[in-house]
Design a protein around this ligand. Sequence first.
Ligand code: P6P
Length: 338
Amino acid sequence: MSQKISLSRYLVEQQRVHGHIPSELRLLLEVVARACKSISHAVNKGALGGVLGSADSENVQGEVQKKLDIIANEVLIEANEWGGHLAAMASEEMDSIYAVPNRYPQGEYLLLFDPLDGSSNIDVNVSIGTIFSVLKKPNDDPRKVEAVSEADFLQAGKQQVAAGYCVYGPQTTLVLTVGDGVAMFTLDREQGSFVLTQENVRIPEDTKEFAINMSNMRHWDAPVKRYIDECLQGKEGPRGKDFNMRWIASMVADVHRILTRGGVFMYPWDKREPDKPGKLRLMYEANPMSWLVEQAGGASTNGRQRILDIQPQKLHERVSVILGSKNEVERVTAYHQA
Ligand code: P6P
Protein backbone atom coordinates (compact mmCIF):
# COMPACT_ATOMS: atom_id res chain seq x y z
CA MET A 1 0.00 0.00 0.00
CA SER A 2 1.45 3.37 -0.98
CA GLN A 3 2.73 5.45 1.95
CA LYS A 4 0.27 8.10 3.20
CA ILE A 5 1.45 11.68 2.63
CA SER A 6 0.27 14.04 5.37
CA LEU A 7 -0.48 17.72 4.83
CA SER A 8 2.62 18.50 6.92
CA ARG A 9 4.85 16.41 4.63
CA TYR A 10 3.26 17.92 1.51
CA LEU A 11 3.95 21.42 2.82
CA VAL A 12 7.54 20.57 3.81
CA GLU A 13 8.10 19.24 0.27
CA GLN A 14 6.55 22.42 -1.19
CA GLN A 15 9.01 24.36 0.95
CA ARG A 16 12.22 22.35 0.77
CA VAL A 17 11.94 20.33 -2.44
CA HIS A 18 10.08 22.70 -4.74
CA GLY A 19 10.99 25.96 -3.02
CA HIS A 20 7.45 27.21 -3.61
CA ILE A 21 6.78 28.46 -0.10
CA PRO A 22 8.88 29.81 2.80
CA SER A 23 8.75 28.12 6.20
CA GLU A 24 6.67 30.99 7.65
CA LEU A 25 3.87 30.31 5.13
CA ARG A 26 4.11 26.57 5.71
CA LEU A 27 3.66 27.10 9.45
CA LEU A 28 0.74 29.47 8.88
CA LEU A 29 -1.04 26.91 6.70
CA GLU A 30 -0.49 24.23 9.36
CA VAL A 31 -2.18 26.52 11.92
CA VAL A 32 -5.13 27.15 9.57
CA ALA A 33 -5.51 23.40 8.96
CA ARG A 34 -5.53 22.71 12.71
CA ALA A 35 -8.23 25.38 13.16
CA CYS A 36 -10.31 23.73 10.40
CA LYS A 37 -9.97 20.40 12.23
CA SER A 38 -11.38 22.03 15.38
CA ILE A 39 -14.23 23.59 13.42
CA SER A 40 -14.97 20.20 11.85
CA HIS A 41 -15.29 18.65 15.33
CA ALA A 42 -17.67 21.42 16.43
CA VAL A 43 -19.77 21.09 13.24
CA ASN A 44 -19.94 17.30 13.57
CA LYS A 45 -21.37 17.54 17.09
CA GLY A 46 -24.43 19.39 15.74
CA ALA A 47 -27.34 19.38 18.16
CA LEU A 48 -25.30 17.31 20.63
CA GLY A 49 -22.93 20.24 21.00
CA GLY A 50 -25.65 22.83 21.44
CA VAL A 51 -24.16 24.72 18.49
CA LEU A 52 -27.12 24.77 16.09
CA GLY A 53 -29.45 27.69 15.55
CA SER A 54 -28.85 31.42 15.41
CA ALA A 55 -27.02 33.73 17.74
CA ASP A 56 -28.91 36.97 18.40
CA SER A 57 -26.44 39.03 16.35
CA GLU A 58 -25.77 40.12 12.76
CA ASN A 59 -22.54 40.23 10.74
CA VAL A 60 -21.18 43.10 8.67
CA GLN A 61 -23.36 41.93 5.77
CA GLY A 62 -26.48 42.38 7.92
CA GLU A 63 -26.99 38.59 7.97
CA VAL A 64 -28.15 36.83 11.15
CA GLN A 65 -25.18 34.94 12.53
CA LYS A 66 -25.42 31.27 13.38
CA LYS A 67 -23.80 30.11 16.62
CA LEU A 68 -21.33 28.08 14.55
CA ASP A 69 -20.41 31.17 12.48
CA ILE A 70 -19.20 32.82 15.68
CA ILE A 71 -17.50 29.67 17.02
CA ALA A 72 -15.64 29.12 13.73
CA ASN A 73 -14.55 32.76 13.64
CA GLU A 74 -13.21 32.59 17.21
CA VAL A 75 -11.36 29.32 16.53
CA LEU A 76 -9.54 30.86 13.55
CA ILE A 77 -8.64 34.05 15.43
CA GLU A 78 -7.40 32.28 18.58
CA ALA A 79 -5.38 29.76 16.55
CA ASN A 80 -3.67 32.49 14.54
CA GLU A 81 -3.28 35.50 16.81
CA TRP A 82 -0.23 34.24 18.71
CA GLY A 83 1.14 31.93 15.98
CA GLY A 84 3.71 34.53 14.96
CA HIS A 85 3.10 34.20 11.21
CA LEU A 86 0.46 36.87 10.78
CA ALA A 87 0.29 40.64 10.84
CA ALA A 88 -3.51 40.78 10.69
CA MET A 89 -6.72 38.94 9.83
CA ALA A 90 -9.99 39.84 8.11
CA SER A 91 -13.23 37.87 8.31
CA GLU A 92 -16.71 37.95 6.84
CA GLU A 93 -17.90 37.94 10.46
CA MET A 94 -15.96 41.05 11.53
CA ASP A 95 -16.59 44.66 10.47
CA SER A 96 -12.92 45.66 10.45
CA ILE A 97 -9.53 43.95 10.32
CA TYR A 98 -8.00 42.30 13.40
CA ALA A 99 -4.36 43.31 13.81
CA VAL A 100 -2.30 40.83 15.84
CA PRO A 101 -1.80 42.47 19.27
CA ASN A 102 1.67 43.88 19.89
CA ARG A 103 2.18 41.51 22.83
CA TYR A 104 2.26 38.62 20.32
CA PRO A 105 4.97 37.91 17.72
CA GLN A 106 3.96 39.31 14.35
CA GLY A 107 4.52 37.91 10.86
CA GLU A 108 4.45 39.12 7.28
CA TYR A 109 1.15 37.57 6.16
CA LEU A 110 -2.46 38.69 6.01
CA LEU A 111 -5.14 36.02 6.46
CA LEU A 112 -8.68 36.49 5.16
CA PHE A 113 -11.48 34.01 5.73
CA ASP A 114 -15.14 33.19 5.60
CA PRO A 115 -15.13 31.04 8.75
CA LEU A 116 -18.27 29.11 7.90
CA ASP A 117 -19.63 29.53 4.39
CA GLY A 118 -23.12 28.25 3.61
CA SER A 119 -24.30 28.60 7.19
CA SER A 120 -27.97 28.52 6.13
CA ASN A 121 -27.29 24.79 5.66
CA ILE A 122 -25.94 24.15 9.18
CA ASP A 123 -29.29 23.34 10.82
CA VAL A 124 -30.34 21.01 7.99
CA ASN A 125 -27.13 18.94 8.01
CA VAL A 126 -25.93 19.93 4.53
CA SER A 127 -22.22 20.48 3.69
CA ILE A 128 -20.68 23.80 4.75
CA GLY A 129 -17.09 24.99 4.83
CA THR A 130 -14.29 27.41 5.71
CA ILE A 131 -12.71 29.49 2.92
CA PHE A 132 -9.30 31.18 3.39
CA SER A 133 -6.94 33.40 1.44
CA VAL A 134 -3.35 34.48 2.28
CA LEU A 135 -1.70 37.69 1.12
CA LYS A 136 1.68 39.20 1.97
CA LYS A 137 1.70 42.42 3.96
CA PRO A 138 2.85 45.05 1.43
CA ASN A 139 6.16 46.92 1.91
CA ASP A 140 6.99 44.46 4.66
CA ASP A 141 10.02 45.71 6.53
CA PRO A 142 11.13 42.88 8.86
CA ARG A 143 13.13 45.36 10.91
CA LYS A 144 10.00 47.04 12.21
CA VAL A 145 6.34 46.21 12.58
CA GLU A 146 4.34 48.94 10.89
CA ALA A 147 0.72 49.33 11.86
CA VAL A 148 -1.47 47.28 9.56
CA SER A 149 -4.40 49.02 7.89
CA GLU A 150 -7.36 47.86 5.84
CA ALA A 151 -5.61 49.34 2.80
CA ASP A 152 -2.90 46.65 3.16
CA PHE A 153 -5.58 44.03 2.42
CA LEU A 154 -6.85 45.68 -0.77
CA GLN A 155 -4.77 43.60 -3.18
CA ALA A 156 -6.00 41.88 -6.36
CA GLY A 157 -6.60 38.12 -6.08
CA LYS A 158 -3.59 37.41 -8.32
CA GLN A 159 -1.40 38.56 -5.39
CA GLN A 160 -2.49 35.62 -3.19
CA VAL A 161 0.31 33.35 -1.94
CA ALA A 162 -2.04 30.60 -0.72
CA ALA A 163 -5.77 29.87 -0.96
CA GLY A 164 -8.04 27.05 0.04
CA TYR A 165 -11.13 25.77 1.75
CA CYS A 166 -12.16 23.00 4.10
CA VAL A 167 -15.51 21.35 3.30
CA TYR A 168 -17.35 19.74 6.25
CA GLY A 169 -19.41 17.06 4.51
CA PRO A 170 -19.49 13.25 4.52
CA GLN A 171 -15.72 13.71 4.63
CA THR A 172 -13.82 16.68 5.96
CA THR A 173 -11.56 17.66 3.05
CA LEU A 174 -9.00 20.46 2.89
CA VAL A 175 -8.32 21.77 -0.63
CA LEU A 176 -5.25 23.98 -1.11
CA THR A 177 -3.11 25.77 -3.66
CA VAL A 178 0.19 27.59 -3.14
CA GLY A 179 0.55 28.18 -6.88
CA ASP A 180 1.70 24.65 -7.78
CA GLY A 181 -1.65 23.15 -8.75
CA VAL A 182 -4.45 22.02 -6.42
CA ALA A 183 -4.17 19.27 -3.80
CA MET A 184 -6.91 17.66 -1.67
CA PHE A 185 -6.40 16.26 1.85
CA THR A 186 -8.99 14.14 3.66
CA LEU A 187 -9.15 14.22 7.46
CA ASP A 188 -8.20 10.85 8.95
CA ARG A 189 -10.14 11.08 12.21
CA GLU A 190 -8.36 8.13 13.82
CA GLN A 191 -4.95 9.75 13.26
CA GLY A 192 -6.28 13.30 13.57
CA SER A 193 -4.34 14.37 10.46
CA PHE A 194 -5.11 15.51 6.92
CA VAL A 195 -3.90 12.93 4.36
CA LEU A 196 -3.19 13.67 0.69
CA THR A 197 -5.95 12.01 -1.34
CA GLN A 198 -5.61 13.86 -4.65
CA GLU A 199 -3.08 16.20 -6.27
CA ASN A 200 -2.85 17.94 -9.65
CA VAL A 201 -6.64 18.34 -9.63
CA ARG A 202 -7.95 19.16 -13.13
CA ILE A 203 -11.38 20.57 -14.10
CA PRO A 204 -12.69 19.23 -17.46
CA GLU A 205 -12.89 22.12 -19.95
CA ASP A 206 -16.44 21.13 -20.96
CA THR A 207 -19.41 20.14 -18.82
CA LYS A 208 -23.09 19.19 -18.79
CA GLU A 209 -23.79 20.55 -15.30
CA PHE A 210 -24.56 24.09 -14.14
CA ALA A 211 -25.07 25.51 -10.65
CA ILE A 212 -27.24 28.60 -10.16
CA ASN A 213 -30.17 29.60 -7.93
CA MET A 214 -32.95 29.30 -10.53
CA SER A 215 -35.45 31.12 -8.30
CA ASN A 216 -33.65 34.36 -9.23
CA MET A 217 -34.16 33.89 -13.01
CA ARG A 218 -36.51 36.85 -13.44
CA HIS A 219 -33.85 39.13 -11.93
CA TRP A 220 -30.91 38.12 -14.15
CA ASP A 221 -29.22 40.14 -16.87
CA ALA A 222 -29.85 39.11 -20.50
CA PRO A 223 -26.50 37.24 -21.07
CA VAL A 224 -27.12 34.98 -18.07
CA LYS A 225 -30.74 34.36 -19.11
CA ARG A 226 -29.50 33.46 -22.62
CA TYR A 227 -26.88 31.02 -21.32
CA ILE A 228 -29.24 29.21 -18.91
CA ASP A 229 -32.08 29.17 -21.47
CA GLU A 230 -29.79 27.46 -24.00
CA CYS A 231 -28.77 24.89 -21.36
CA LEU A 232 -32.46 24.21 -20.59
CA GLN A 233 -33.23 23.61 -24.29
CA GLY A 234 -30.99 20.55 -24.06
CA LYS A 235 -29.95 18.53 -27.11
CA GLU A 236 -32.74 20.02 -29.25
CA GLY A 237 -31.31 23.50 -28.62
CA PRO A 238 -28.15 25.32 -29.75
CA ARG A 239 -25.95 23.48 -27.25
CA GLY A 240 -26.82 20.08 -28.74
CA LYS A 241 -26.62 18.35 -25.35
CA ASP A 242 -28.75 17.93 -22.23
CA PHE A 243 -27.62 19.64 -19.02
CA ASN A 244 -28.06 18.73 -15.34
CA MET A 245 -28.50 21.30 -12.56
CA ARG A 246 -27.15 21.35 -9.00
CA TRP A 247 -27.49 24.11 -6.36
CA ILE A 248 -26.35 23.32 -2.80
CA ALA A 249 -26.35 26.96 -1.58
CA SER A 250 -22.93 26.36 -0.07
CA MET A 251 -20.30 27.80 -2.41
CA VAL A 252 -17.70 25.48 -0.85
CA ALA A 253 -19.76 22.37 -1.69
CA ASP A 254 -20.63 23.54 -5.21
CA VAL A 255 -17.00 24.45 -5.97
CA HIS A 256 -15.79 21.14 -4.51
CA ARG A 257 -18.11 19.28 -6.92
CA ILE A 258 -16.76 21.35 -9.83
CA LEU A 259 -13.13 20.67 -8.86
CA THR A 260 -14.03 17.00 -8.59
CA ARG A 261 -16.09 16.47 -11.80
CA GLY A 262 -16.40 19.79 -13.66
CA GLY A 263 -19.34 22.17 -14.06
CA VAL A 264 -20.06 25.88 -14.00
CA PHE A 265 -21.06 27.85 -10.89
CA MET A 266 -22.85 31.17 -11.27
CA TYR A 267 -23.94 33.82 -8.79
CA PRO A 268 -24.43 36.73 -11.21
CA TRP A 269 -25.51 40.31 -10.65
CA ASP A 270 -29.28 40.63 -10.48
CA LYS A 271 -31.66 43.53 -10.32
CA ARG A 272 -32.80 42.88 -6.72
CA GLU A 273 -29.80 44.96 -5.58
CA PRO A 274 -28.87 46.96 -8.70
CA ASP A 275 -26.26 49.06 -6.87
CA LYS A 276 -24.35 45.95 -5.73
CA PRO A 277 -22.17 44.05 -8.26
CA GLY A 278 -23.25 40.67 -6.84
CA LYS A 279 -23.96 38.71 -3.65
CA LEU A 280 -20.66 36.93 -3.03
CA ARG A 281 -17.63 38.58 -1.39
CA LEU A 282 -14.54 39.23 -3.46
CA MET A 283 -11.73 39.04 -0.90
CA TYR A 284 -12.56 35.87 1.04
CA GLU A 285 -14.94 33.93 -1.21
CA ALA A 286 -14.43 34.74 -4.92
CA ASN A 287 -10.65 35.33 -4.88
CA PRO A 288 -9.57 32.11 -3.11
CA MET A 289 -12.08 30.01 -5.08
CA SER A 290 -11.02 31.66 -8.36
CA TRP A 291 -7.33 30.92 -7.78
CA LEU A 292 -8.11 27.28 -6.94
CA VAL A 293 -10.26 26.96 -10.08
CA GLU A 294 -7.60 28.55 -12.32
CA GLN A 295 -4.86 26.39 -10.78
CA ALA A 296 -7.01 23.37 -11.72
CA GLY A 297 -7.32 24.52 -15.37
CA GLY A 298 -10.68 26.27 -15.02
CA ALA A 299 -11.64 29.93 -15.42
CA SER A 300 -13.34 32.56 -13.25
CA THR A 301 -14.80 35.93 -14.27
CA ASN A 302 -17.38 38.41 -13.08
CA GLY A 303 -18.96 38.19 -16.55
CA ARG A 304 -16.62 40.82 -17.95
CA GLN A 305 -13.16 40.41 -16.45
CA ARG A 306 -10.95 37.85 -14.70
CA ILE A 307 -11.85 37.95 -11.02
CA LEU A 308 -8.21 37.67 -9.94
CA ASP A 309 -7.44 40.94 -11.81
CA ILE A 310 -10.09 42.98 -9.94
CA GLN A 311 -8.51 45.71 -7.80
CA PRO A 312 -10.62 45.79 -4.59
CA GLN A 313 -11.78 49.13 -3.23
CA LYS A 314 -13.38 47.84 0.01
CA LEU A 315 -12.65 44.90 2.32
CA HIS A 316 -16.18 43.45 2.14
CA GLU A 317 -16.65 44.22 -1.55
CA ARG A 318 -19.12 42.01 -3.46
CA VAL A 319 -18.74 40.56 -6.94
CA SER A 320 -20.58 38.53 -9.57
CA VAL A 321 -19.07 35.07 -9.96
CA ILE A 322 -19.00 32.76 -12.98
CA LEU A 323 -16.43 29.99 -12.47
CA GLY A 324 -15.61 26.42 -13.43
CA SER A 325 -15.13 24.54 -16.72
CA LYS A 326 -13.10 26.87 -18.94
CA ASN A 327 -15.17 26.62 -22.14
CA GLU A 328 -18.45 27.30 -20.32
CA VAL A 329 -17.09 30.31 -18.42
CA GLU A 330 -15.68 31.71 -21.67
CA ARG A 331 -19.08 31.24 -23.35
CA VAL A 332 -20.96 33.13 -20.60
CA THR A 333 -18.32 35.86 -20.64
CA ALA A 334 -18.60 36.13 -24.45
CA TYR A 335 -22.39 36.55 -24.13
CA HIS A 336 -21.73 39.53 -21.82
CA GLN A 337 -19.58 41.09 -24.56
CA ALA A 338 -22.04 40.36 -27.40
P1 P6P B 1 -28.69 31.74 -2.05
C1 P6P B 1 -23.95 31.13 1.34
O1 P6P B 1 -24.73 32.03 2.10
C2 P6P B 1 -23.48 31.86 0.10
O2 P6P B 1 -22.70 32.95 0.46
C3 P6P B 1 -22.71 30.90 -0.79
O3 P6P B 1 -22.02 29.94 -0.07
C4 P6P B 1 -23.79 30.27 -1.65
O4 P6P B 1 -23.32 29.87 -2.93
C5 P6P B 1 -24.81 31.40 -1.78
O5 P6P B 1 -24.61 32.28 -0.67
C6 P6P B 1 -26.23 30.88 -1.72
O6 P6P B 1 -27.09 31.98 -1.94
O7 P6P B 1 -29.22 33.10 -2.48
O8 P6P B 1 -28.92 30.67 -3.07
O9 P6P B 1 -29.12 31.32 -0.66
